[in-house]
Design a protein around this ligand. Structure first.
Ligand SMILES: NC(=O)C1=CN([C@@H]2O[C@H](COP(=O)(O)OP(=O)(O)OC[C@H]3O[C@@H](n4cnc5c(N)ncnc54)[C@H](O)[C@@H]3O)[C@@H](O)[C@H]2O)C=CC1
Ligand SMILES: O=C1O[C@H](COP(=O)(O)O)[C@@H](O)[C@H](O)[C@H]1O
Length: 252
């Protein structure tokens, strides 16, 4: 990828995980509505993703977009997810196709499919349960935030079919730095380590694909999301596994 990559929501946790792992490997244009706290190593645009003029200027000349910006709270109210997540995603997708961007990587969420867990928990959080979602299932959001993520995936389907934009939705599990969530079975089953996060988004910028929905978790023993599609379509090769941790200590 020779052209710049626009990374929205760059100052947040996922953005920092990506930049920490592959910050040297691409020509980044970072975007966030909050200005950087220190000096940025990369070009930085302060803008809201619903500001159409600012977004059109920000995508100009970019070859790819990783779109993370939005309200990440599972309990976020409708007015916030409608504006920040749904309207913001449509604004940037529209600007991206008009600017000739080739690929768009979207931060979707486990909450887009949260209600598959309802009748199966807590058994599905355990390694002896073989139930797995693989990305071909219909969304079953667990909250309005999850509805906004399903909407983003569907917007991507439209822009792919209508405008031939390569689109990958990563249904991110639970990203934590250093070690898996402690005393939280569900979080351990869908743990995504920082290094696996950076590697997965790297693959999303490098692999050839049309439209994909993949799960973004580490190779945890106890998982209810299949990694097969991420491996097959993107070449994802995760390094981490929450089963190798006891609390905050790595045991294997
Ligand atoms: N952290 C996780 O485990 C997961 C995160 N995700 C998704 O990944 C993305 C990033 O999440 P995190 O980094 O955890 O959140 P975060 O809150 O740490 O970062 C989000 C960033 O987006 C910016 N932002 C929010 N609304 C914006 C707007 N309207 N215009 C411009 N910038 C805006 C914020 O200033 C913030 O820097 C979100 O879309 C979230 O839904 C999905 C599943 C799990
Ligand atoms: O989509 C998201 O999911 C993670 C994990 O969900 P949780 O219900 O286990 O907390 C969450 O931490 C993150 O904030 C959210 O954006």
């Amino acid at each position: 990828m020779d052209d710049p990559v626009l990374l929205t929501g760059a100052s947040g946790r996922v953005g920092q995980a990506i930049l920490g792992g592959i910050g040297e490997d691409y020509d980044w244009r970072l975007l966030d509505r909050e200005p950087p706290t220190g000096e940025s190593d990369h070009e930085f645009v302060v803008a809201d993703v619903t500001d159409e003029d600012a977004i059109r200027a920000a995508v100009d000349g970019c070859g790819a977009v990783i779109h993370l910006a939005g309200d990440p709270r599972p309990e976020a109210p409708w007015d916030s997810v409608l504006r920040n997540n749904i309207d913001g995603t449509q604004t940037i997708l529209d600007a991206a196709v008009d600017a000739g961007v080739d690929r768009f990587v979207f931060a979707s969420s486990n909450h887009a499919v949260g209600h598959y867990e309802t009748e199966r928990k807590p058994d599905l959080y355990r390694s002896d349960d073989d139930f797995q979602l693989d990305g071909t299932e219909l969304p079953r959001p667990g909250n309005l935030y999850g509805v906004s993520k399903a909407a983003g995936e569907t917007l991507g389907r439209y822009y792919h079919d209508e405008h031939d934009l390569s689109f990958a939705a990563v249904r991110i599990g639970n990203l934590t730095e250093g070690h898996p969530p402690i005393d939280y079975e569900r979080g351990q089953a869908m743990w995504l380590s920082y290094r696996d996060c950076a590697h997965l988004f790297d693959r999303c910028l490098s692999a050839d694909y049309g439209y994909e929905i993949v799960y973004g978790i580490s190779d945890n023993d106890r998982k209810y999301y299949s990694l097969e599609r991420a491996k097959e379509a993107l070449g994802y090769d995760p390094a981490d596994n929450s089963a190798e941790w006891d609390g905050d200590e790595q045991v294997e």
